[in-house]
Ligand binder design. Structure first.
Ligand code: BGC
Length: 365
């Protein structure tokens, strides 16, 4: 079967057509026909040989971690899934260490050892192949009505996990979330992770500002308008003017990977505010920070800075519930987010070039 693979040693990304079709080897496994796979910044970094590792002993890594597929066969021990069902897989798999409690309890997104694998990213082949086999425990059944948009589940789970963390942290305040309503969230970046996060924040009741580079009006700012958010360009409004323009910032959901920009906005975080980093920066050169000012503000304003990566089963279920809700509340918005569709053969060129549009999707026949 065909797949898109990166050969890091040879520095090549290409379509290969001699991958053996995967077979069910355990009663708890499921064979899935791939329908769609999303492309993201992580894939782009892997395609540029800056990130990602092939499985132990393999020359190549099959890409793809944002997948939607259709079940074609289930092992005899599989309950709750049958051929024809739509599924989305989670990305990270547990490390082998007995002492890693998160991995032993099925939460490798909080792995302690760092020896986890990630399908399509770290030491495990991904889903950008015509078929894949997966343990049923790592699959989520998708309602048929979400067929057109469920490929957005995984990028939305980043925001869902962030929201869950945010709620836990807000609960530290004596009055929980009730002290100020609505709370004001600023989303950094208007890429798919940012826009999906903005939708989740809006649905959770936050007044939401999306703060990004490009100047409105464009397709991104139109989507923000559509979901009842406010869009501001960093070319028009400096981080120091955010509060005056949009109100005190109670939470920041960072979805850019841009470290300088992010730390500038950290300086604009309001009292009791929570700043959540999700981006993995490409920057290698040092960044100068006003350490004393930031530390003073963190202390005098009771602020929290948090990083979050990957997502567990609860975030995947929340994402599927939210996709359904977004479809009902803002018809057509999710479809507008998917701006480009490629066949498998076009992926190497697409990942080599500049990314245009918002979300790019690979479709399989
Ligand atoms: C993926 C996560 C993954 C992270 C780090 C992201 O693009 O969505 O699942 O944990 O990269 O590899």
């Amino acid at each position: 079967m065909k797949a898109v693979a990166v050969f890091p040693k040879e520095r090549v990304l290409r379509v290969i057509d001699d991958v053996p079709e995967p077979r069910i080897e355990k009663p708890t496994q499921v064979r899935v026909r791939t329908l769609e796979v999303g492309l993201c910044g992580t894939d782009q970094e892997i395609a540029r040989f800056q990130y990602g590792t092939p499985p132990e002993g393999a020359k190549y890594l099959i890409l793809g971690h944002e997948a939607l597929g259709e079940v074609v066969e289930v092992g005899e021990g599989v309950k709750g899934l049958e051929p024809g069902d739509l599924v989305v897989p989670r990305v990270r798999r547990p490390c082998p260490r007995a002492e890693c409690r998160p991995c032993r309890e099925g939460r490798p997104d909080f792995c302690l050892s760092g020896a986890y694998t990630e399908r399509g990213i770290q030491k495990a082949h991904g889903f950008m192949a015509e078929q894949f086999v997966e343990e049923v425990a790592w699959l989520h059944r998708v309602p048929k009505g979400l067929r057109k948009v469920a490929v957005l589940t995984e990028p939305l789970t980043i925001g869902e996990k962030a929201l869950q963390e945010l709620e836990h942290i807000q609960a530290r305040l004596p009055w929980g979330r009730e002290g100020k309503t609505p709370l004001h969230a600023v989303v950094l970046g208007a890429g798919p992770v940012g826009l999906l996060g903005a939708m989740a924040l809006r649905r959770a009741g936050f007044a939401t500002t999306v703060y990004s580079y490009s100047r409105p009006p464009d397709e991104r700012s139109a989507l923000v308008d559509m979901v009842g958010g406010r869009y501001l360009s960093s070319q028009d409004v400096a981080p120091g003017d955010l509060e005056a323009r949009a109100g005190a910032v109670d939470a920041v959901y960072e979805a850019t990977g841009a470290s300088k920009f992010s730390f500038d906005v950290l300086g604009a975080l309001g009292p009791n505010g929570i700043f959540i980093f999700t981006g993995v920066p490409g920057r290698k050169e040092p960044l100068q920070l006003e350490g004393g000012t930031l530390m003073k503000s963190l202390v005098l304003k009771n602020q929290v800075v948090l990083g979050t990566v990957n997502a567990g089963p609860d975030a995947f279920e929340a994402a599927l519930t939210d996709l359904q809700a977004f479809t009902e509340r803002w018809p057509g918005a999710l479809e507008r987010l998917i701006t480009t569709r490629y066949p498998l053969e076009a992926v190497p060129e697409a990942l080599a070039g500049k990314s245009d549009g918002i979300k790019r999707i690979v479709h399989f026949g």
